[in-house]
Design a binder for this molecule. Structure first.
Ligand code: CA
Length: 176
């Protein structure tokens, strides 16, 4: 990442997680991988930190005190495209689907290995810093994939896809 003057700065990851042990573990791994990290422990704190801390990516737990993760996600997406990786509990498929529909970039299911978090963060950052034409609308043959709007059309005809199917398709289209 670069600042306004074009200087290279450390990529800042905001970790939102009320479980202090998990937060610390994720933080340690991200720190060691060369990221700058900060932590918010509840939904209200998360919104303040997302606004004022100017993070490059947010790792967002879904089960949070004060304001749940989906609520935080919805609120952030109203004014920012900051990449967001959500953490969901095993079995909470609804959280994952709603999260992706609300604009989360990826999800990790608990319990996870901290290495997986680092790998996902890296992958999402790589995608989000790709050139604009790659992350806005992709054209593959007669297929048009509108990523921000999560819409797919073949020869101009819209195709109904679930959020998961859309993610799969986008991933495959990126690596033909
Ligand atoms: Ca939690």
């Amino acid at each position: 990442m670069t600042d306004d003057l074009g200087r290279v700065t450390m990529t800042h990851i905001l970790i939102v997680e009320d479980d202090q042990e998990i937060a610390q573990l994720v933080r340690d791994y991200l720190d060691r991988s060369g990221y700058r990290t900060s932590v918010a422990y509840d939904g209200d704190e998360a919104l303040v930190a997302a606004r004022n801390g100017n993070p490059d990516l947010i790792v967002l737990d879904m089960g949070l005190p004060k304001r749940d993760g989906l609520d935080v996600l919805r609120e952030i997406r109203m004014h920012a495209r900051t990449p967001i990786v959500i953490l969901t509990a095993r079995g909470e498929e609804t959280d994952r689907i709603v999260g992706l529909e609300l604009g989360a970039d990826d999800y990790i299911v608990k319990p996870f290995s901290p290495r997986e978090v680092v790998a996902r963060v890296r992958a999402v950052l790589r995608r989000s810093t790709a050139p604009d034409d790659e992350r806005q609308v992709m054209y593959r043959g007669s297929m048009e994939i509108d990523i921000p709007r999560m819409r797919v059309a073949i020869e101009g005809q819209p195709i109904d896809l679930t959020a998961t199917e859309f993610q799969l398709l986008t991933t495959m289209a990126r690596r033909p």
